[in-house]
Design a protein around this ligand. Structure first.
Ligand code: GLU
Length: 446
């Protein structure tokens, strides 16, 4: 059996770290199995779905290195969903309901007050044709519910183990709204049958759905995929993702200049028994993938950890692999400069400020009270600089002026770089060279 999986985002917003992790787990699994990865665009909600979001999702997945083997839109398949709905109607499993949202709300409140679970009472099942007609004459159009069996549905989840959902504790799910539009539940099952999906890998917020969906699978076909429901992401404190992190988009990470492999290494490893470490390629990540490694506890997403991994990845990155991007940023200095700065940057874009500082003519900042000190520093700087120059030079200045700590170093840093924080000065001095450094220490453009 060849493996076929799908990632099924709704193009009603941008991909964020949570849903892209679902994409990644699908991707790593299927590549490890040598199967097929389908990108399914869940755009049955025509009002809220946009082409721009759809294109954004594709751009994000491509950037992350998750290439799909085929893609399709649910909005092209309404005729197929209609015929599946007809089959369910004929089997007596899809029934028309006429309650308004207010009426349903009232029903639920009454049940709650009576201490009962707010499960739909199925009164629509008892409606006669005349009663239905009367509702329709009144201007109501029916919504359609799937008739659950009332039995316990079980499956062996690839992450959660034996699962059972008692469908008698669920409301019959609405599959089609009063305006004729489809909710997610039925189209997803129809497509999973059609595309012969072998593994449905998604977040554990879908576990209850699976109970109802498995009954719909059985009503329509002999095909039933395996299920894997993965724990959701939480913040580093173990609580739910903050609003900001929960909506942290992949586009944002891309614009921030993060490395796709750092994002995939983190999202592919958190919540698993593997250490969270940078991985050299998607192939490596997928060769290490196993459902058995995914724990039941939520996966902790920590932005600082992402930055750390990103920095580590850059530190290991060869000049030839970033050359084009550095050039696009306008960063010169070649391989030597890259090797000098790569250990000290968190994001590739950080190279820009190093480059500006190092190569563009600029005047540093000199406090009037440090003028004399900086002049002395300029005069005592040797013409030939090497790896020892910074420590020898500052030791000399310390001894001569009696300055130490911040008052010794900060005026030099400000004069040479114009900033109070930044590159390691011993290396920076080498990049600047004696002539530039001297000019800047004298308050001139260098
Ligand atoms: N569009 C659904 C979602 O984003 C897909 C869920 C599924 O994978 O079945 O929640």
């Amino acid at each position: 059996m060849s493996v076929i999986v799908r990632f099924a985002p709704s193009p009603t917003g941008k991909l964020h770290v949570g849903n892209v992790r679902t994409a990644l787990l699908n991707y790593l699994f299927v590549r490890e199995q040598g199967g097929k990865f389908i990108l399914r665009i869940d755009d049955t909600d025509l009002e809220r779905s946009t082409k721009a979001y759809e294109e954004g999702i594709q751009a994000d997945l491509s950037w992350l290195g998750m290439n799909w083997d085929s893609t399709f839109n649910q909005s092209d398949k309404f005729a197929i969903y209609d015929s599946a709905a007809d089959r369910l109607r004929e089997a007596g499993l899809l029934y028309a309901c006429y309650e308004t949202a207010d009426e349903l709300d009232k029903q639920r409140k009454l049940l709650r007050v009576a201490g009962k679970p707010p499960v739909y009472d199925r009164s629509a099942l008892a409606l006669t044709d005349a009663q239905k007609k009367a509702y329709e004459d009144e201007g109501r159009s029916p919504h359609w519910r799937f008739k659950l069996s009332g039995n316990v549905v079980t499956w062996n989840d690839m992450v959660r183990g034996e699962q059972s959902i008692d469908t008698s504790s669920l409301s019959d799910p609405v599959l089609i709204r009063g305006d004729g539009s489809y909710l997610y539940t039925l189209p997803s099952v129809v497509d999973d049958i059609d595309a012969e999906i072998t593994h449905v890998i998604r977040g554990e917020d879908h576990v209850t759905n699976s109970g109802a969906q498995i009954e719909i699978f059985r009503a329509l076909s002999d095909h039933l995929p395996n299920f894997a429901h993965t724990p959701l992401l939480v913040g580093k404190d173990g609580k739910g993702l903050s609003k900001r992190l929960g909506s942290l988009s992949i586009e944002q990470l891309r614009e921030d200049g993060l490395e796709p492999l750092a994002v995939c290494s983190l999202l592919g490893k958190i919540g698993t028994s593997d250490p969270v470490e940078i991985r050299g390629s998607m192939e490596q990540l997928s060769s290490e993938f196993a459902f058995s490694k995914i724990g039941r506890a939520p996966a902790r997403f920590d932005e600082d950890e992402l930055m750390l991994l990103n920095g580590k990845l850059l530190n290991e990155t060869e000049y030839k692999d970033v050359k084009d991007r550095l050039e696009a940023f306008g960063v010169g200095g070649g391989e030597e400069f890259w090797n000098l700065i790569r250990a000290n940057i968190t994001k590739l874009s950080d190279a820009v400020s190093w480059s500006v500082m190092a190569f563009a003519p600029m005047t540093g900042q000199i406090d009037p009270q440090d003028l004399e000190y900086c002049q002395l520093a300029a005069d005592s700087l040797p013409d030939e600089l090497d790896a020892e120059s910074w420590s020898k030079w500052t030791a000399f200045l310390k001894e001569t002026t009696g300055r130490k700590g911040k008052s010794l170093f900060m005026p030099l840093r400000l004069a040479l770089t114009g900033r109070a924080r930044g590159p390691e000065m011993n290396k920076m001095l080498l990049v600047l060279g004696a002539e530039k450094a001297r000019a800047r220490l004298k308050g001139q453009a260098g």
